[in-house]
Every structure is written in structure tokens, then in C-alpha cells.
Design a protein around this ligand. Structure first.
Ligand code: HEC
Length: 157
């Protein structure tokens, strides 16, 4: 085998390795994002609190208390905004589901023609902002709810 051929093969191998490590890095990156809301990080939580006031409080309540009578469908048959505090069911969903609901909206996540007033924030908030706002929400939960939620995440991944 000529020297050129060997060099060519080594080049191809190096290129493959680069591509592979890039793919693994990307996977690890998405996985680590999907894994944990930054509820323990003061800076993320502070950013999330501002985003919450700007983008979520109008429906979910300034104190995360949800709409009045949130368990009853409105006149259009749609569900009102539930609380994001311990009395609601936000904490019943693992991180990945909360992320998808916020990014895509409830109708897109549920599918099958489901109608919902929960908008998707895909075009408004970056992925990091969605993590921050959900991290803020989680940071307000009592310790035992946070622990249950962590357990749920561990099972979901
Ligand atoms: C225009 C009103 C409105 C705004 C603004 C809004 N939501 Fe919602 N949200 C809703 C409604 C209504 C539901 C219930 C949807 C359903 O069950 O069909 C909901 C549900 C959710 C759920 C699912 C909760 C659960 O227990 O199933 C999450 C998570 C959520 N919203 C996060 C957010 C976040 C984060 C923001 C701000 C970035 C936000 N929402 C802004 C109306 C809103």
C-alpha cells in the first residue's frame, strides 16, 4: 500500500472520530439539559423569576397560584391555567415534559386535536430561558416536593 493511501485512510479515520466525538458531545449536552432544571442556581433562578413575571404570571398568577377555579373547564371547554405551586400538578411532570409543554404548548404536546390556552413559547423564549423559568418555579416548591420531583426525574430518564 502506498504512503498516500495510508495517509488518506488516516485522514478519513480522523474525520470520522471528529464527527463521532461531536455527536457524542451534542448528545451529552442535550441530555444534561434535559436532565435538570437549574433550580439550585441563584443566577438562573433570578433570571427565571423575571421571565415568569413577564411571560407566565398573567395566566398562572403572580404567586404561582393559578387561575380561580382552575379545575373547572371554561365556557369553551378548555382548562384554566393551573397553579405552579405545590397545590397544582406541575410537579407531577418530569423536567422533560415541563420543558416540552412550555416550548411547544399543551395542544401540540397532547395532540389529537386537544385544544388549550397554554401557548408554546418556542418563538419567544430560548431553551435556556425556558429552563430558567421552570427552574425558578421549581425553586419555590417545599423541600419534600422537590425531592419527590427529583425522584420522578430519576425514573423518567
Ligand atoms: C395565556 C395564558 C398562559 C400563559 C401566558 C402561560 N400559560 Fe402555562 N398554561 C396555561 C393554561 C390554560 C394551562 C392548562 C393547559 C391545559 O391543561 O390544557 C397551562 C399549563 C401549563 C403547564 C402544564 C402544567 C400542568 O400541570 O400540566 C406548564 C408547565 C405551563 N403552563 C408553564 C407555563 C410557563 C413556564 C409560562 C411562562 C413562560 C406559561 N405557562 C404561560 C395558560 C398560560
Amino acid at each position: 500500500m502506498g504512503k498516500d493511501m495510508t495517509r488518506y485512510k488516516l485522514g478519513v479515520m480522523a474525520a470520522c472520530l471528529l464527527l463521532l466525538s461531536g455527536a457524542i458531545w451534542k448528545l451529552a449536552d442535550t441530555a444534561s439539559h434535559a436532565l435538570q432544571l437549574p433550580y439550585g442556581d441563584a443566577q438562573n433562578v433570578a433570571r427565571g423569576e423575571i421571565l415568569y413575571a413577564d411571560y407566565c404570571a398573567s395566566c398562572h398568577g403572580a404567586n404561582l397560584q393559578g387561575a380561580d377555579n382552575w379545575r373547572q373547564r371554561d365556557v369553551d371547554g378548555r382548562m384554566p391555567a393551573p397553579p405552579h405551586d405545590a397545590t397544582g400538578h406541575t410537579w407531577h411532570h418530569p423536567d422533560a415534559v415541563l420543558f416540552r409543554l412550555t416550548k411547544l404548548g399543551s395542544a401540540a404536546v397532547v395532540g389529537q386535536g386537544y385544544e388549550s390556552n397554554m401557548p408554546g413559547f418556542e418563538d419567544i423564549l430560548s431553551d435556556q430561558e425556558i429552563f430558567d423559568v421552570l427552574g425558578y418555579i421549581k425553586s419555590t416548591w417545599p423541600e419534600e416536593i422537590i425531592e419527590m420531583h427529583n425522584g420522578m426525574n430519576a425514573n423518567a430518564n
